[in-house]
Design a protein around this ligand. Structure first.
Ligand code: AVI
Length: 325
């Protein structure tokens, strides 16, 4: 299959981070692509659909936690004279945060909403949408990298920083620790950090969440190849790959990969490379780590935090862990 000799032009210009990441990942052994590249326009839409899937329990668990603890969360800064800032890292369309926003507004909680998202479009849309539905809301959004935004956000008022959606599961242990250490440097003693962690649980429940019956997660995974075709003039044929989810209950790592159905060669013109895939060879695309409570505790402590409390859904599938410095 696809075994004709392929030729590509040598590279003429300096390359972007995405280009060098793709070259590095696809010429490595085993091959990999970084999951942060899932999120183009199609990837964003597919991820929205994933969040609504019956099998993808994570969203409903976190919604349940925020709903059942919203009064408790509103009380964190009750005594504070000045408005506290609700900083939302990776706000997107604030699907889950809206539970808190609605409640805080209804109860006249004195706060300012500070959504942070790398997408300018997402921040503009969210600001417009929220002002329309909650005309009284105080909102100042940042379309920046999380840590850059935290450096700019005013430091005189207390902050509740949200990092929802189990996004931390897509970080390696070292990346997670490093990320929280850097966040800690931008926090004061009275500030709180609330992180969504997906917890270790029955293997089949986790496998189903990453292998839904409608095949949306498969499309989400394959879209990475379509994106590389479009941006780098490559010739991946998505129907020559299978979506391969796996879960290791010891490490808690749910992994997604794409498996080549045949021996094949792929020319990536803009990167000046031809990659060779053997039948059955995997391209690793994502790790979604599931945590034990003891691992959350050691992650908090190693990054300079202590756990204030862990909030749970009724099945204890998920936790929103609240930390302070
Ligand atoms: C964004 N992130 C937390 C999701 C997860 O569960 O790892 C991305 C995802 N990948 C497949 N389904 C959802």
């Amino acid at each position: 299959m696809n075994n004709e000799i392929k030729e590509v032009e040598p590279l003429a210009q300096p390359i972007s981070v995405f280009e060098s990441d793709v070259t590095e990942g696809l010429t490595a052994s085993p091959k990999f692509l970084k999951s942060k590249y899932f999120y183009d326009k199609t990837g964003d839409k597919l991820f929205q659909q994933i969040m609504e899937l019956r099998e993808y329990y994570l969203t409903n668990c976190e919604l349940e936690i925020l709903n059942s603890h919203k009064e408790h969360i509103a009380a964190y800064f009750k005594g504070s004279q000045e408005p506290f800032q609700l900083v939302d890292l990776g706000a997107g369309n604030a699907y889950k945060t809206k539970i808190l926003l609605q409640h805080f507004i209804k109860k006249n909680v004195n706060f300012e909403y500070v959504p942070v998202d790398i997408s300018e479009n997402a921040i503009e849309k969210l600001t417009f949408d929220l002002k329309k539905h909650f005309p009284k809301i105080q909102i100042s959004g940042y379309s920046k990298e999380y840590l850059d935004a935290l450096r700019l956000i005013k430091n005189e008022t207390p902050k509740l920083i949200l990092f929802l959606g189990a996004s931390i599961g897509n970080f390696s242990r070292t990346e997670a620790e490093d990320f929280f250490k850097q966040i800690s440097r931008q926090m004061n003693a009275e500030d709180l950090l609330c992180i969504g962690f997906d917890l270790k649980k029955d293997t089949q429940i986790i496998l189903d969440a990453y292998n839904d019956a409608r095949g949306i997660t498969k499309k989400f995974n394959l879209n990475l190849l379509t994106k590389i075709n479009r941006e780098f003039n490559a010739d991946f044929k998505t129907d020559t790959f299978e979506h391969v989810p796996s879960y290791d209950p010891h490490s808690g790592e749910a992994r997604s990969a794409l498996r080549s159905k045949f021996n094949q060669k792929i020319a990536i013109q803009k990167l000046g490379v031809v990659i060779e895939l053997k039948e059955g060879e995997l391209i690793h695309t994502e790790i979604s780590k599931k945590y034990a409570l003891s691992e959350i505790k050691s992650l908090a402590e190693n990054s300079g935090f202590q756990i204030v409390e862990n909030l749970f859904d009724k099945h204890h599938y998920f936790t929103n862990s609240v930390w302070r410095k």
